[in-house]
Design a protein around this ligand. Structure first.
Ligand SMILES: NC(=O)c1ccc[n+]([C@@H]2O[C@H](COP(=O)([O-])OP(=O)(O)OC[C@H]3O[C@@H](n4cnc5c(N)ncnc54)[C@H](OP(=O)(O)O)[C@@H]3O)[C@@H](O)[C@H]2O)c1
Length: 236
């Protein structure tokens, strides 16, 4: 696999698994996050520490980092922030803004820099979530941000016919995000918590690397779908 791939959020969970599997399959991998995953760097990943919550600093770091690249076969917009599970009325505006900054707007400025600096981006997969559609009580800013991400991707697809775009829900992943959710006390208001607690430790919730293999095998088939659409790996 002589592909060049860019992945955001490589320090843990799904992003770490994606980077690891692509490296094992011989791809050139550009990976960013705030924390440095030394094991992936030792395996040859080209890493940049970029805070996706900081558009001004992040944009210039991104330009410098990708300067040697003229083509990305695949860009995976994976980094994401959950925020706290609580009712909408209890969610501080600042917290919601912070979630939108990472889960939505960072992907806008990243795509803008990529299209300005790289002559070819073949495929973009934005990691979305079933929460973008479900609107479950408590998933406040996360659900809003993932719904907005789906629309951001659709809008870019309309502007960029030479690049194929998908928003992809990856299913459940046993990651830091799920550690937080499954350790919350039971609360009747937030129904999905019981389902997640039951899935933890079972094959319903694979680790980042197992999930990454499934996704990587599915990426080529996404090209057959209409660009800009939403797909769920569990339904492909
Ligand atoms: N886990 C699930 O069951 C599940 C289900 C549906 C969708 N998803 C989606 O899958 C994706 C991966 O989630 P995960 O479960 O693997 O979560 P995770 O283990 O918490 O990893 C999140 C990644 O995003 C990066 N990130 C967060 N804030 C960032 C920031 N400000 N700047 C740069 N990077 C940042 C983190 O890196 P640093 O902290 O080092 O910056 C980390 O590498 C997310 O988009 C999530 O919404 C997850």
């Amino acid at each position: 696999m002589a592909e060049t791939v860019l992945i955001t959020g490589v320090s843990s969970g799904l992003g770490h698994g994606l980077a690891e599997v692509f490296l094992e399959r011989g791809a050139t991998v550009y990976g960013c996050s705030r924390r440095k995953p030394q094991g992936l760097v030792d395996k040859g990943m080209r890493f940049a520490s970029i805070d996706l919550g900081n558009a001004a600093g992040g944009g210039s770091a991104l330009k410098e980092w990708i300067a040697p690249v003229s083509r990305f076969d695949l860009v995976i917009l994976n980094a994401g922030k959950l925020g706290q599970i609580r009712d909408m009325q209890d969610a501080p505006l600042e917290d919601l803004r912070g979630t939108m900054e990472v889960n939505v707007w960072s992907n806008k400025w990243m795509l803008d820099v990529l299209f300005e600096r790289v002559s070819m981006v073949k495929q973009v997969v934005a990691i979305s979530s079933g929460a973008s559609l479900s609107g479950s009580r408590g998933w406040n800013g996360y659900s809003i941000s993932k719904a907005a991400l789906n629309m951001l991707i659709k809008l870019y697809a309309g502007e960029r016919p030479d690049t194929h775009f998908t928003s992809l829900a990856p299913g459940l992943i046993d990651s830091a995000m799920q550690d937080y959710l499954t350790n919350l006390p039971a609360d009747d208001r937030f129904e999905p918590l019981e389902i997640l607690k039951a899935a933890k430790g079972t094959e319903q919730m694979p680790d980042g690397k197992v999930c990454a293999k499934k996704l990587i095998d599915a990426f080529p088939s996404l090209l057959d779908l209409q660009s800009g659409g939403y797909a769920d790996i569990r339904k492909l």
